[in-house]
Design a protein around this ligand. Structure first.
Ligand code: GCU
Length: 334
């Protein structure tokens, strides 16, 4: 359940809290950093964030503390990113998709069928492009720390399986707050409906939408499978998650504190990637045991349906990034 916060009220209250908590560190006073995210506590992302919090506490000998607010308690991902921009929230873990409303180039990660495989995705994220995009929120109040694995997203539906794009015809499909995600579902023939993750269970249950799309651990831990019994693994996109820190809060930390946070973020990201593999396998097994019909459709018609979308990016900043990402696979290895 999300507990939406009224922006006008929170902006001022939380800003005061930030100034108080992050601004008075030099006297050895404990400082609290708040991190918000959208997922339940059973999700591998939450477990990795808990490890990050523990490492921050230990490495700072208790002078820095990171409090985690899961389940969209602080608002939708979009709202949390806004709070981080304002400095009223210190950190957020968000999918890269809603970030494109703040940093348009990050929209590249939501482009369907962009990566050949997981190795291609990680080569991109760990290389120059990944670093550039983490840094691209600087000056907009957002500093990217690291990426988390969010696997591949596929459609899950209430009434019938999605085995070819035509099956989406006439169906309302929940997407993240992202123009690219909307364009993708439209190109495939469905009717995209952006809804916050925390509101999706009820929206599915009440028939506001007929289906959604996500990776197996999120489909499982959100319990959306209780309502949607069909999961067609077309794996249309591999949108990573991103951990971001508020530029305002960051600038108030000492260099030593910044190093502690960076190190803890990187170590937790490695842990999260390990967890991801086993959790994805476990999620698929559990979903099947819970009566979800899992299919593995031919991806070719899905790819073909977004061909024109890919071409529409030509000569745009996202198009240039797509070309560089594709180039990683065609260039001879160094
Ligand atoms: C993924 C992602 C979340 C996001 C969710 C969504 O599970 O990890 O950060 O909230 O997708 O579809 O909204």
């Amino acid at each position: 359940m999300s507990i939406p916060i009224k922006p006008s009220l929170t902006a001022s209250i939380l800003l005061l809290a930030t100034l108080h908590l992050v601004g008075c560190g030099d006297q050895g006073t404990d400082q609290v950093l708040k991190l918000g995210h959208s997922l339940p506590t059973s999700h591998p992302v939450h477990k990795a964030l808990e490890q990050m919090a523990l490492q921050v506490q230990q490495a700072s000998q208790g002078t820095l503390r990171m409090d985690i607010y899961p389940n969209e308690q602080l608002g939708s991902e979009r709202e949390m990113v806004e709070q981080v921009q304002l400095g009223s929230l210190h950190l957020v873990k968000t999918s890269a998709s809603p970030l494109e409303g703040f940093i348009p180039e990050i929209g590249v990660f939501t482009v369907p069928y962009l990566f050949d495989d997981a190795a291609h995705l990680w080569e991109t994220l760990e290389g120059e492009i990944g670093r550039e995009l983490l840094d691209s929120g600087k000056g907009k109040g957002l500093i990217g720390l690291c990426y988390y694995d969010a696997g591949s997203r596929s459609f899950y539906t209430k009434e019938r399986p999605i085995d070819r794009p035509g099956d989406l015809e006439g169906l309302k499909i929940r997407v993240q707050n992202s123009k690219t995600a909307m364009q993708m579902v439209e190109a495939m023939g469905g009717a995209p409906t952006p809804i916050a993750f925390g509101e999706l269970y009820t929206s599915l249950e009440q028939g506001v939408v007929d289906g959604a799309e996500n990776n197996p651990p999120s489909f499982l831990s959100s319990r959306h499978y209780e309502v949607c019994k069909f999961y067609g693994l077309d794996e249309h996109s591999s949108v990573p998650d991103v951990v971001l820190v508020s530029e305002a809060a960051w600038n108030r930390l000492t260099e030593a504190q910044q190093d502690i946070i960076r190190q803890a973020a990187n170590d937790a990201a490695m842990f999260q990637r390990e967890l991801w593999q086993q959790e994805t396998k476990r999620a698929l097994e559990t979903l099947e045991a819970e009566g979800v019909e899992i299919s593995r459709p031919d991806k070719a018609p899905f790819r073909a349906s977004v061909q024109a979308l890919h071409e529409s990016y030509r000569n745009t900043p996202v198009g240039d990034l797509i070309a560089r990402i594709r180039q990683l696979r065609t260039a001879p290895s160094e």
